[in-house]
Design a protein around this ligand. Structure first.
Ligand SMILES: [Zn+2]
Ligand SMILES: [Zn+2]
Length: 385
């Protein structure tokens, strides 16, 4: 029997978009659904044909192969590979999850029975660990020992959940499938088996150490390597270090979320560090040298030239943060703020007044410039009026 063209089966153009394919498929799947056409062999064949066409065309890679080579792409030895022409049952659970979403396969939720996985073998949950470190630790990198409450495979029963000498028995309600079907209207709805809770097997004689769960709660100690240069919000994934799977299922992952404590005087911008340093009015006017802190715990000198104004920045090359997984290092920026003297004595006041009397516009070019602009503004305003 020669196979019909997949596009023809779905009644769409070769240029059909993904959503057009989906709409066409759903419509046909409902029309030919076996539950709607009980005992109708032809409907069943049509249904399978529609299913097969959609399975191919909804998969970008398979569709591309089909467009080039037609059905030959999936014949023996072709590019099709395994997984094509899925079992009826597998397809059923897929489509109904898409339509109704019964909560299985939620992100990070240990997606029940994954594709091809044995029933009951559940992947362990992913774990999240919040690790707060200081800026100095982010600068140098560190090894942190963390303790995580988690569950590990039960040693007594090697994760099977059954008491020594006994074995789990296949669930009679679902025949080991883990899901049961119930009719609702013309749809068959799949549910998690109420007898075995989706495991597909029943433990008659539970292991005393884990009460049949196959895993036990335990605190685990792990050593985490935090590399130099990490930034706030970084996530480190430790594959397989999450919770153990149920009954021999794969372990989840551990995610370490890094946050960096605010520093009392350094602000970080990527690899650069900023530090605001107050200097005296006299140092700013006459020049001088100030000592500033460095993130590595040392100090360095910065030369302040005469006539330095507030907010002036000085760059110290290579004294910032290391760049993660590179040899680059950021810079340290020192921003000065000129401190106006307070709590003056009588004598200090006199000295400053004396200075003021001798001062000219040349001592304060910025002020002089600003006030002359203001004057011009009012003069031209008066002319306009
Ligand atoms: Zn056990
Ligand atoms: Zn069952």
């Amino acid at each position: 029997m020669s196979k019909r063209d997949y596009y023809e089966v779905l009644g769409v153009a070769k240029t059909a978009s993904e959503s057009e394919l989906k709409v066409a498929f759903r419509k046909l799947a409902m029309v030919h659904h076996p539950d709607r056409n009980p005992g109708d062999k032809e409907a069943e064949i049509k249904f399978k044909e529609v299913n097969e066409a959609y399975q191919c065309l909804s998969d970008g890679q398979k569709r591309a192969a089909y467009d080039r080579f037609g059905h030959a792409a999936f014949s023996q030895g072709g590019a099709g590979g395994p997984g094509f022409g899925n079992e009826f049952g597998d397809f059923m659970s897929d489509i109904f999850e898409n339509f109704f979403g019964d909560g299985r396969g939620a992100p990070g939720g240990g997606a029940g029975r994954g594709r091809g996985g044995a029933p009951g073998r559940e992947r362990g949950a992913d774990l999240r660990y919040n690790l707060e470190i200081s800026l100095e630790e982010a600068f140098a990198g560190k090894t942190e020992t963390i303790r995580i409450p988690t569950s590990i495979a039960c040693e007594t029963c090697s994760g099977t959940g059954a008491k020594a000498g006994s074995k789990p028995r296949t669930c009679s309600t679902c025949g080991g499938y883990g899901r049961v079907r119930a009719a609702q209207g013309f749809f068959a709805i799949e549910r998690t088996c109420p007898n075995c809770h989706g495991r597909g097997e029943v433990v008659d004689d539970p292991c005393p150490s884990c009460s049949g769960a196959g895993r036990v709660n335990r605190e685990r100690t792990l050593s985490i390597n935090v590399p130099a240069g990490v930034d706030d919000g970084l996530r480190i994934r430790l594959a397989g270090e999450g919770e153990s799977g149920l009954r021999g299922g794969p372990a989840g992952d551990l995610y370490v979320f890094l946050s960096i404590k605010p520093h009392p005087f350094f602000q970080r911008d990527g690899a650069d560090l900023f530090c605001r340093v107050p200097i005296s009015m006299v140092t700013a006017a006459l020049s001088g040298e100030i000592t500033v802190p460095v993130i590595d715990g040392s100090q360095t000198q910065v030369r302040i030239p005469a006539g330095t104004q507030t907010a002036k920045q000085f760059r110290i090359k290579g004294k910032g943060m290391p760049v993660l997984r590179s040899r680059e290092v950021g810079d340290l920026y020192i921003q000065v703020s000129v401190e106006t003297p307070q709590n003056l004595t009588k004598r200090q006041r006199e000295l400053l007044q004396e200075f003021d009397q001798s001062a000219s516009d040349e001592n304060h070019p910025e002020s002089a410039g600003f006030f002359s602009k203001v004057r011009d503004f009012f003069v031209s305003g008066a002319t306009r009026a």
